[in-house]
Design a protein around this ligand. Structure first.
Ligand code: 1PR
Length: 595
């Protein structure tokens, strides 16, 4: 097994060995990526947090993160709940314009402004930070709360960087603060297409920036009012530390004051400096293909070119590689940057009747503080009584249950077929358009299940071809990738590049690019496919299918424009630890989140 850099003990514990960190008892958590520093210090006895949740997205993870720190939540139901709050968290979700509309309709705007201007403890998250600014270009242009000078604008896509900006990036601290005092050099999780820019007008607000084709505002603070563009509740251990610093600033202050009187602290702190490359990390994602086995139990399974059953001789049962919630928690502890659940028989089930899957999400989100994606069966339905449910309703149920993103497979292919028939026209009818309009593009992943088709010449097909380094069985030098639906059961007359471009135009925020030929083979990703798709679109592409060793991850990041790489079998069977994948990437000078 490859050796790696160990961050065996959090800085705070190294500086204060007498403090208790119960979570260190957790096995497998060699580099402590997934665990907060639960410090036993004197803290306030008031454990109530008021949460402004206007119901437009997944704030379950914020709730779970707050609860995991021992606090209880009081929801804002009336205007006076805002005025009476002692500490208020505002996890803005959805689109800027829609959020302002809801705040206005409920009469919350003045109460929020008064609360903030009274300098009471406030933490805005993501859109909850952007709304503090004067306005945003999102949704055609809207005015914000106007408390922080500046306007929120779209990232520049002409520079070749994928947008949305998704993943773990470094903070550039502009001054000392209690809020970010435990961050050190750990990355935090961002997911957004719009950003605020630091200027001389908002200089006294800007606490930290991050770099993505230029500096943007990552956190603001004035006295007791703070807000982050990144998601603390999805930033693993460091995110929980940040929330803890907001909820119990006196604890962080105590720690920091004893740090500064501890002569060993500065050397200890500098000794933890990361050696890896700075900037947005390439993500390593653990994927759980989930379905009911022949006994009706929901299991994590794994296919070989999408065949998830054992051989006839071995009994022909659905392979059972573990329980979904347990595995998700294991991957969080082991340092996965995201966890994806794919309900692989979702295309034939009625997802709102699929209570076990919703339960899996609810339970997983209680202990997994990195982004969760769920796929399988995200489309419109008619139930047995003829009642219709839109894809938006299905997605909403998944978001409410703890998903941060939904992944659309078969329905995306149908949507692009119709889109192409309309001459690349959008009419707002597709699941992609509807979900991304309400929840934002970053919440909509499209999962592509392509299969290679060889041709002797590009003239033999209307599809996008590449000259391949792996000629076909008949010596054919060219290939294209045919999209399939229903878990690879049915091929369609759409290629992977066409599909990726179509779904990007319809409003998808990310592509999960599987490859049926390479799935479960352990022979590496299909680099030609990944490069063809990742250069055709400006949204991030997740390479999937075929990982067999750490070198395969390095190879896909060095040779393609993939933003993330996903694996299943090697992680389920414990053949390759996530830690080894990341160590290999770090040694190859690929930016990676290792702490
Ligand atoms: O069509 O919207 O209902 O979504 C169904 C979803 O289920 C799609 O995302 C589709 O990719 C997935 N799916 C359907 N059937 C299968 C199957 O395996 N029989 N799994 C399936 C797709 C691919 C990856 C896998 C990687 C990495 N599996 O999820 O995890 O290939 O595997 P590896 O690292 O072991 O090579 P809809």
């Amino acid at each position: 097994m490859m050796s790696t850099r160990h961050i065996s003990m959090p800085d705070a514990l190294r500086r204060h060995p007498s403090r208790t960190i119960p979570s260190l008892a957790v096995p497998n958590n060699k580099n402590n990526i997934g665990r907060p520093r639960r410090l036993n210090c004197t803290a306030s006895t008031d454990k109530t947090v008021t949460l402004l949740d206007y119901g437009a997205g997944n704030v379950r993870s914020v709730r779970n993160a707050i609860k995991s720190l021992g606090f209880t939540i009081k929801d804002v139901e009336t205007v006076s709940d805002i005025s009476n709050a002692d500490r208020l968290i505002f996890p803005g979700v959805g689109a800027f314009g829609q959020a302002m509309d809801i705040l206005r309709k409920r009469g919350y705007v003045d109460a929020l402004k008064d609360y903030i201007q009274a300098d009471k403890p406030f933490l805005g998250v993501c859109l909850g930070m952007q709304l503090l600014f004067e306005g945003s270009d999102e949704s055609g242009g809207f005015e914000g709360l106007g408390l922080v000078p500046g306007r929120v604008t779209h990232f520049d896509t002409t520079m070749g960087l994928p947008v949305p900006h998704i993943g773990w990036n470094d903070l550039i601290k502009k001054r000392d603060s209690t809020l970010l005092s435990l961050v050190d050099d750990r990355r935090v999780y961002f997911v957004h297409s719009y950003h605020a820019t630091p200027t001389s007008d908002n200089k006294d607000w800007v606490l930290a920036t991050a770099d993505y084709g230029g500096e943007f505002v990552a956190a603001v603070q004035k006295s007791n009012v703070s807000a982050t563009q990144f998601h603390p509740e999805k930033s693993g251990a460091v995110g929980l530390d940040i929330l803890k610093c907001f909820l119990e600033p006196e604890v962080a202050k105590q720690m920091n004051s004893s740090d500064s009187s501890d002569s060993s602290s500065s050397s200890s702190s500098s000794s933890t400096k990361r050696k890896g490359k700075a900037g947005l990390a390439k993500r390593v994602i653990a994927c759980l293909d989930v379905r009911a086995n022949d006994n009706g139990d929901l299991v994590v399974t794994k296919g070989d070119q999408y065949d998830v059953r054992e051989s006839e001789q071995a009994g022909g049962e659905v392979r059972n590689l573990g329980k979904p919630v347990e595995l998700a928690r294991r991957y969080f502890d082991e340092g996965a940057d995201e966890v994806t659940f794919l309900n692989i028989t979702g295309f034939r089930d009625f997802p709102l009747g699929d209570l076990p899957m919703l339960k899996v999400l609810r339970l997983a989100s209680e202990g997994v503080f990195v982004p969760l994606t769920v796929g399988g069966g995200i489309r419109g339905f008619k139930d047995g009584t003829g009642k219709e449910y839109s894809a938006l309703q299905v997605a909403a149920e998944y978001f409410r249950s703890g998903a941060d993103k939904v992944s659309i497979g078969s329905d995306a292919v149908t949507a692009v077929e119709e889109y192409l028939e309309r001459g690349s026209g959008k009419d707002g009818s597709t699941a992609i358009e509807q979900i991304s309009k309400v929840y934002g593009a970053q919440a909509v992943v499209v999962s592509i299940d392509p299969r290679r088709v060889y041709v002797a010449s590009p003239n033999d097909t209307t599809h996008y071809t590449v000259k391949t380094s792996k000629p076909g069985p008949n010596g054919d030098q060219y290939c294209w990738w045919q999209c399939t639906i229903k878990g690879g059961r049915e091929g369609r007359d759409v290629d992977a590049v066409q599909l990726a471009k179509g779904v990007e135009d319809l409003g998808a925020g990310e592509i999960l690019l599987n490859c049926i030929d390479n799935d479960g083979r352990g022979e590496g990703f299909d680099l030609e496919l990944v490069e063809a798709v990742s250069t055709a679109v400006t949204i991030p592409v997740i390479a999937s299918s075929g990982a067999g060793k750490p070198e395969h991850f390095t190879e896909v990041f060095k040779n393609t424009h993939a933003a993330a790489a996903l694996a299943a079998g090697i992680f389920h069977r414990r053949e390759v630890p996530i830690e080894d994948v990341k160590a290999h990437m770090e040694n190859a000078d690929i930016p990676v989140r290792t702490a």
